[in-house]
Design a protein around this ligand. Structure first.
Ligand SMILES: [Zn+2]
Length: 230
């Protein structure tokens, strides 16, 4: 059994990307106790992403930051042939946001973390979708309705929250400007660099979004991009 969470703990689904890393840091700054979750779905960038979130959390270690909980949710059966598992035809820098939609993503990620929260008495579980997200499963209505469904039949309630739901990328980047954002990981086609360090490819849809986020916020981008090293 896991040790009981501190009173008032909020769970955060942390994918290792900029927004969820900033959400963890921001909640800690607000004095909250945070229980981060990483869900292992088997996507090709999982190892790079998980090591990114672990390095980021180690760098911001705090008394109120609980050790990362990893949850296993292999999707090979339902995602068979999908680019997220094969690594083939990964959406490139010139593709729209919609190109990186992962079927059922938020419902899948939320369900196991929500059950964990219900079991251990954590009353709030947050994700970091932004107001600009084009995906309906990032909407306020989805979070409200999915909360309601998940709490049916459970003696312990968990509210699903999207604290950055009304914010734009630039505002979120500013909330995180003091955090070690170079340790976060956004790439969907990582490149193995020297010393077995996973580099951002620099050319995929998510790398383009990441570079644009640093530019828009006028923050220095210390990310190691493989395409900038050639
Ligand atoms: Zn990339």
């Amino acid at each position: 059994m896991h040790s009981p969470p501190l009173p008032g703990t909020i769970g955060v689904l942390a994918s290792g990307g900029l927004d969820s890393c900033i959400l963890v840091g921001h909640l800690l700054e607000q004095g909250r106790s945070v229980q981060p979750f990483y869900v292992r779905t088997g996507v090709v960038w999982q190892a790079a992403e998980e090591s990114g979130i672990r390095r980021f959390l180690a760098a911001i270690a705090a008394e109120k930051l609980a050790p990362l909980v990893t949850l296993e949710l292999p999707l090979a059966d339902v995602y068979e042939g999908h680019w997220s598992l094969t690594g083939a035809d990964t959406p490139g820098a010139d593709t729209p946001d919609e190109a990186v939609y992962l079927p059922g993503r938020n419902a899948l990620l939320l369900v196991k973390a929500a059950v964990w929260c219900q079991r251990y008495g954590i009353g709030e579980l947050a994700m970091a979708p932004l107001g600009s997200s084009p995906f309906d499963d990032a909407s306020e209505a989805f979070f409200r309705e999915f909360s309601s469904a998940l709490n049916r039949g459970s003696p312990s309630r968990v509210s699903l929250l999207r604290p950055f739901g009304e914010l734009h990328k630039r505002q979120v980047m500013h909330l995180g400007r003091e955090l070690p954002l170079e340790l976060s990981f956004s790439c969907i086609a990582p490149v193995r660099g020297r010393g077995d360090i996973d580099l951002h490819c620099g050319t995929c849809n998510k790398c383009a979004e990441r570079r644009a986020a640093f530019r828009a916020a006028e923050l220095e981008d210390r990310t190691l991009y493989a395409d900038a090293m050639r």
